[in-house]
Design a protein. Structure first.
Length: 181
């Protein structure tokens, strides 16, 4: 069996159908094993014998609508790809904090290579790199800058469409640790 992370877009803990218990229940009804939540923002880890990631994403999206009336884009990543991303230490020497926000934006359709990344998209965002294996764009946001991340989000959607979900680097690390526990 393989270990996967499901990163659900637009899940907020304040929604009545967004509780971790209900989300885990959907995954368990789909027959996934060792289902666990990471934080309260739509990050779940699970094990499955299935290897077709696109089919897993579609099954989860369909079940969320059927079981909870929740329409959420689901991005599934294999443990090996996320572990390799974390091990690559893309933010070497940087610290995630109130002033400097380290992020990974995961793409639903990661096969699209953006080519050369612009160094800066707005006064507050610097792109670090595109990781093809993990299907993620890594960026650093200076939270003290005006209009931070606005240009980044516009560029992400123009380059990859709206099927993108962003996680803090700390959350990505927590997801990987949960996949390994």
């Amino acid at each position: 069996m393989r270990t996967y992370a499901a990163l659900l877009r637009g899940i907020a803990p304040s929604g009545p159908n967004m509780t971790n218990d209900k989300l885990r229940g959907v995954f368990e009804r789909l027959g996934f094993a060792e289902v666990a939540s990471v934080l309260a923002s739509g990050n779940l880890v699970f094990r499955s014998e299935r290897t077709d990631v696109k089919a897993l994403e579609q099954r989860i999206e369909d079940a969320l609508v059927a079981d909870l009336a929740v329409s959420s884009r689901t991005i599934v990543r294999d443990h090996r790809d996320l572990r390799a991303l974390v091990d690559s230490d893309p933010f070497r020497g940087m610290t995630h904090g109130n002033d400097t926000y380290l992020t990974a934006s995961f793409l639903k359709h990661p096969g699209t290579d953006p080519g050369v990344l612009p160094e800066r998209l707005d006064p507050g965002t610097r792109l670090v790199r595109y990781d093809a294996a993990a299907g993620a764009v890594l960026a650093i946001t200076d939270n003290t800058a005006p209009d931070r991340a606005r240009g980044f989000m516009v560029w992400l959607e123009a380059s990859f469409g709206k099927d993108v979900t962003t996680r803090s680097w700390l959350t990505v690390q927590r997801v990987v640790r949960k996949m390994e526990s």
